[in-house]
Design a protein around this ligand. Structure first.
Ligand code: FAD
Ligand code: SF4
Length: 484
């Protein structure tokens, strides 16, 4: 039998990198996955069938990374060529390698998925970039011709950073404004360090600064600087402020002491782990020795559960209204949470938050559900089972139901319109899909599409940067024609 036949019949199975044992990782916030060794990366790459140009993995990746070529170069140990290739389509491949839900994207569509398991694309991507960066690889912009224009970027999350990266590679100077003291957006302040070590962003900040990108941090647009000033002083603006309005459960007592919003809880914990000064408006909360219940089944819920475990909670329970197969989060993270001691209650619906005489939460009354007909999204709608009430005891209850666009009244200064959900409107001009209702203003990431993924935010930022460069070139050609 040929090597290809052996791969397709599943004889050569996928092997994942080692993880820190669960008992040990419960004690700290360090990343849990070990890196591939060169031999492991090569062995993983040997499994790839090198599907042609139309490889499924490539087309299901929102950045359309050239995955088969990347794997070939990694296998041949041509790390510097591989990292250059990665950066043609991605602005932070080491971040995507760590946090992308590959099981739903590239690896979810790999030809070998049912034949021994998908190729470990994410781990190879992480291995290549980490190895190249550790060996001193840095982007070479020596051949780039600088342009005279400056572009302002609002938000230093993955969308804003990706836009700045592509602009710098096209010779356009950008100034990135963010209200936080560090770059990264949710990469730094939302996603916990056991999934993404904060040193990754520290190094990227150094690299982006060396590329000429300027960061203005601790600066909130609409409070510390006006949007109209940014419009006046820059040739174009890219808006990527994310979505920060937490969705609520709509239950009585939701403001009771002991009921926490997911993101402020995670942000305060990350600031504590990073030893940044405490934010007086959002103080650090330790759930040590507490019984914790988290409502929700997405990535944010998993991050809250695993953070509470590491803080030393006595019990940590996830309560989710559908079954495990219908959870929106990455399968890998559910498995990790379970290994770390998280208990799961599936098919349950919260009814009532229970409090003691002092008004502090003591538990939550739940009803069991069964799955009914599919809803508009195709997922089966939960149906309540009558008389199935039960109480989950809790000293702390974290609501992790996702996020919606927050109010951005300052957008009016530039006549930038939002849709009925408060998301910034784009897509009105087929030539520039990321353009808003203001011709010099572009937008992307969660603020446009609703809470989504790091990789889609990055794709939006890169595409907007290309649109902006095209617009600037078009404007300067027109100006030259008028002058001649
Ligand atoms: P953000 O990352 O939110 O960045 C926006 C930035 O804009 C922030 O830094 C904010 O401070 C700044 N800002 C906002 N308003 C202003 C203003 N007026 N002035 C100045 N600055 C401003 N996705 C994955 O792919 N994998 C995961 O594992 C994953 N885990 C997640 C875990 C959690 C807890 C959360 C909340 C999300 C997770 N996501 C994950 C989703 C992912 O983080 C987001 O989709 C992505 O970060 C969106 O990028 P963005 O650039 O649009 O916005
Ligand atoms: Fe390799 Fe799988 Fe992509 Fe095919 S689909 S090129 S086997 S990673």
């Amino acid at each position: 039998r040929s090597a290809r036949e052996r791969l397709l019949d599943g004889s050569r199975r996928r092997s994942d990198p080692e993880k820190t044992p669960a008992a040990e990782r419960r004690l700290h916030f360090k990343e849990i996955y070990r890196s591939f060794t060169p031999a492991q990366a090569c062995e993983a790459g040997e499994r790839c069938l090198m599907c042609a140009e139309q490889a499924n993995c490539r087309w299901t990746c929102p950045l359309h990374n050239a995955i088969p070529d990347l794997i070939r170069l990694a296998k041949e140990e041509k790390i510097m060529e591989a990292v250059e290739l990665s950066h043609r389509t991605s602005s932070m491949p080491e971040v995507c390698g760590r946090v992308c839900p590959q099981d739903r994207l590239c690896e979810g569509s790999c030809t070998l998925k049912s034949s021994g398991g998908s190729v470990t694309v994410g781990c190879i991507e992480k291995y290549v970039t980490d190895t190249a960066l550790a060996a001193g690889w840095r982007p070479d912009l020596s051949q780039v011709q600088p342009r005279p224009e400056r572009v302002a970027i609002i938000g230093a999350g993955p969308a804003g950073l990706a836009c700045a990266d592509v602009l710098a590679r096209s010779g356009v100077k950008s100034v990135v404004y963010d209200r936080h003291p560090e770059i990264g957006g949710l990469l730094t302040f939302g996603i916990p360090s056991f999934k993404l070590d904060k040193q990754v962003l520290t190094l990227r900040r150094e690299i982006f600064s060396q590329m000429g990108i300027e960061f203005v941090l601790n600066c909130e647009v609409g409070r510390d600087i006006s949007f109209s000033q940014l419009l006046r002083e820059h040739a174009a603006v890219f808006i990527a402020p994310g979505t920060y309005k937490s969705m609520t459960a709509g239950l009585d007592n939701e403001n009771a002491p002991g009921v926490l919003e997911a993101l402020p809880y995670l942000i305060a914990n990350t600031r504590n782990v990073m030893q940044l000064p405490e934010d007086p408006d959002n103080p650090f909360i330790s759930l040590a020795d507490k019984k914790v219940v988290v409502l929700g089944g997405g990535d944010t819920a998993m991050d809250c559960l695993r953070t509470a475990v590491r803080q030393g909670a006595t019990s940590v329970t996830c309560a989710y209204r559908r079954d495990e197969a219908n959870m929106p989060g990455s399968r890998k993270e559910v498995k990790n949470a379970r290994e770390e001691g998280v208990e799961f209650q599936f098919n349950v619906q919260p009814q009532r938050i229970i409090t003691n005489k002092k008004g502090h939460v003591t538990g939550i009354e739940m009803l069991r559900t069964e799955l009914g007909e599919p809803d508009a999204s195709g997922r089966r709608r939960p149906k309540i089972i009558k008389g199935s009430e039960f109480v989950l005891e809790a000293d702390a209850l974290i609501v992790a139901f996702g996020f919606q666009a927050h109010a951005m009244p300052w957008l009016k200064e530039g006549n930038v319109e939002c849709d009925k959900w408060g998301q910034i409107r784009i897509g009105l001009n087929p030539r520039y899909p990321g353009q808003t209702t203001h011709p010099r203003v572009f937008a992307g990431g969660d603020a446009v599409r609703g809470a989504d993924l790091v990789v889609t935010a990055m794709a939006d930022g890169r595409r907007a940067a290309k649109d902006i460069v095209d617009l600037l070139e078009h404007q300067s050609t027109e100006a030259m024609e008028v002058a001649s």
